[in-house]
Design a protein around this ligand. Structure first.
Ligand SMILES: Cc1ncc(COP(=O)(O)O)c(C=O)c1O
Length: 366
């Protein structure tokens, strides 16, 4: 029998994830150096020096399996967040937790509601589990929670609210989220993906942990990949009820998060100054980029995250290529259905200036 006949049909339907292009690949392909990546919403300041030092020390003991229960990291997070340790699940990136949520809860034919465009990993796990994916278009680049709620049915199982949303950077506010939760069917779970929560400035950003405390079927996802600068190590976490956490614990592999990642995450939590520096850098960079776009006559989507979608008015793939030739990697909007936008990660002041100069050059602006 051919191998094609053996594979589950939903695997054929899966689209492999296309990550932002790595710097080394671009430098190799173009034969240039000094390329900067402003494509994957990483932290340009890098990790906390405390994390680097902790990894250096832990590296000497890497013959030992990691703590599969992530005891110390959970203890620290529980105390910082004011939740129980039995409400915390640590994942190999929040990507892994999205995957586990699907494996744990989705029966074939269950419905998964997502916004469109939003983070593509939600779609992938729905496809993987033979669930029915319902994509609800954004309204004014924000989640249209009313339209999403209009899709609720007895088959609704998982609802993903990416807040701030990747790729638009927009948020949904407390009042609309609370109205939305009131309509949630009893057998559905809402996942608030808060990968970028630390960058939010808006006053009405909801406190999703409160909803968990109220006993609702809510999962909050956070990550060490963004403001903590640990994307390369892969560590994220979920806060939810002890019951949901226990289900996820049954699904995970015994040692899903490696010992260097656990150590680095713990050390990062003990360096709030680095977090504050990272946040300030992004907020200053955001003002600079927004002002530069206005000066160039370009519009951008108001963002609450560490990236901005800017309307370049041309095919985003052409602008992407032209910027890449100038040593800057961004994300094209076409993959999100926004053909004439690009998404740029806010960088250091120097990187932002270099990006603006290159973009002005590409678009023929002064
Ligand atoms: C909205 C969102 N959720 C989750 C992730 C995955 O993060 P992690 O590195 O923790 O797997 C990303 C990464 O880009 C993201 O943008």
């Amino acid at each position: 029998m051919s191998i094609e006949a053996l594979v589950r049909s939903c695997i054929i339907d899966l689209e492999p994830y296309e990550p932002g292009k790595p710097v080394e690949e671009v430098e190799r392909e173009l034969g240039i150096t000094g390329v900067i990546k402003m494509a994957s919403n990483e932290n340009p300041l890098g990790p906390s020096p405390l994390a680097v030092e902790a990894v250096r020390r832990a590296a000497a003991r890497m013959e030992i399996y990691p703590d599969g229960n992530a005891y110390y990291l959970k203890r620290e997070l529980a105390s910082l967040l004011g939740v129980g340790e039995d409400q915390l699940f640590i994942g190999n990136g929040s990507d892994e937790i999205i995957h586990f949520l699907g494996i744990t809860y989705l029966h074939p034919g269950d419905e998964v509601i997502v916004a469109d465009p939003s983070f593509s990993r939600y779609d992938s796990v729905a496809t993987l589990m033979n669930a029915t994916l319902i994509k609800v278009p954004l309204k004014d680049f924000r989640h249209d929670l009313e339209a999403m709620a209009a899709q609720f049915s007895p088959r609704t199982k998982l609802v993903f609210v990416c807040n701030p949303n990747n790729p638009t950077g927009t948020i949904v506010g407390r009042d609309e989220v609370e109205r939305f939760l009131e309509k949630l069917p009893a057998d559905a779970i809402v996942v608030f993906d808060e990968a970028y929560c630390e960058y939010v400035e808006a006053d009405d950003y909801p406190d999703s942990l409160r909803y968990i405390g109220e006993g609702r079927h809510v999962v909050t996802l956070r990550t060490f990949s963004k403001i903590y600068g640990l994307a390369g190590l892969r560590v994220g976490y979920a806060v939810s009820s002890p019951e949901i956490t226990a289900h996820l614990n049954r699904v995970k592999e015994p040692f899903n998060v490696n010992s260097l990642a656990l150590t680095a995450a713990l050390a990062s939590l003990r360096d709030p100054d680095q977090v504050e520096r990272s946040r300030r850098l992004v907020l200053e960079g955001k003002r600079f980029l927004q002002q530069s776009f206005v000066a160039m006559g370009l519009t951008c989507i108001p963002t609450e995250a560490n990236f901005i979608m800017v309307r370049v008015g041309l095919d985003s793939r052409d602008v992407f290529k032209a910027l890449m030739a100038r040593g800057i990697i961004v994300r094209t909007g076409d993959i999100f259905g926004l053909q004439d936008y690009i998404r740029v990660t806010i960088g250091t002041a120097k990187q932002n200036e270099r990006f603006v100069t290159a973009l002005a050059d590409v678009l023929g602006k002064e």
